[in-house]
Ligand binder design. Structure first.
Ligand code: SF4
Length: 320
């Protein structure tokens, strides 16, 4: 009975109640390099069935990611744990906002078994923000990492975490679960935080990435930026420098796409040539790996990029 009521409540409630009073923002017409085909392949449908039958949530669907056809055809999905409702209200994000349900203690087991069933070599796990929990969900995140290690010991694990703002040392619990890649996205330049990531703090997020490296230098650290929100090239270059100072290994940069008219507007579409320039600049600043293109997302091609990341570290250590 509780579930029925919860579902009814969800249907009637807007996806982003905090944004309902906002003026509609204009939608810019997408340039040809952004358009993607609707997903229809057999591989896509198979992945969808696996995700549905295990009752898992993916950020691919919740965020309306444009790459879902390509990724799911290759059985690459990013699982989103701790529910489908986020306690923050970022103005770029399409994930449902509000008060989330209690944690599902069985979720780590189901995630581990799904990763094993999909035969994934590399898995990406992300979550909603859980400011309602005393540890921000750190222990649950760590339990998921452990469950994957146990069910699919050969799979490498990449996590894309919340910032654990005002949660003391909770992030250490996640770091100590020893994922292979620890990703936390800075998302945008510090000047735009109040309008784009109002519940977050730029220097706290940066410091989280630095803390991962200090505590376990063997973990790769990764962070991502969206462009097209009104940032300048100089501001993006400053963020690159900040990330390098925090020891970030892998930088992803992609075009911001506006999920609805109530979300932050796209300021402009950055051209593929400008992305190529940003990639060249970032490489010169010393990142082990950089991925910058209009459709780059933090988990896009994550499996292939993990292999490149490892190879780049080996080359660096060997002085090649
Ligand atoms: S890029 Fe990431 S979020 Fe988008 S479909 Fe691929 S795996 Fe999912």
């Amino acid at each position: 009975m509780a579930t029925l009521l919860d579902n009814k409540d969800k249907e009637e409630r807007p996806r982003h109640p905090e944004k309902q009073g906002r003026e509609d923002t204009p939608l810019l017409r997408k340039p040809p390099w952004i358009r993607v085909k609707a997903p229809t392949s057999a591989g896509y449908l198979e992945t969808r069935e696996l995700v549905r039958s295990a009752k898992l949530v993916t950020v691919c669907e919740e965020a309306g990611c444009p790459n879902i056809g390509e990724c799911w055809t290759k059985k690459h999905a990013t699982l989103m744990i701790m529910g489908d409702t986020c306690t923050r209200a970022c103005s770029f994000c399409n994930v449902r906002t509000g008060m989330p349900a209690a944690l599902d203690a069985d979720e780590p087991r189901r995630v581990g078994e799904t990763v094993a069933a999909m035969g994934l070599g590399h898995v990406v796990i992300t979550s909603v923000d859980r400011d309602d929990l005393a540890d921000g969900g750190a222990e649950h995140f760590a339990a998921v990492v452990r469950a994957i290690r146990s069910a699919a010991p050969k799979a490498t694990i990449e996590i894309l975490t919340p910032d654990f703002l005002r949660k003391g040392d909770a992030a250490n619990i996640v770091i100590d679960a020893r994922p292979d890649v620890f990703n936390h996205n800075l998302e945008t330049v510090p000047r735009l935080y109040l309008s784009i990531r109002p519940g977050s703090r730029y220097y706290h997020s940066l410091r989280l990435l630095e803390r991962v490296k200090e505590r376990d230098p063997s973990q790769f650290t990764k962070s991502g930026l969206m462009v097209g929100l009104g940032e300048s090239k100089e501001e993006v270059m400053q963020v690159m420098d900040d990330m390098r100072s925090a020891g970030v290994d892998f930088l992803t940069i992609g075009q911001y796409l506006q999920p609805t008219r109530k979300h932050a507007p796209v300021d402009r579409f950055v051209t593929p040539e400008e992305f190529a320039t940003l990639e060249t600049i970032a490489k010169a600043k010393g990142f082990l790996l950089v991925s910058a293109s209009p459709l780059t997302r933090s988990s896009y091609h994550a499996d292939e990029d993990f292999a490149k990341l490892r190879a780049a570290r080996e080359d660096k250590l060997a002085g090649r």
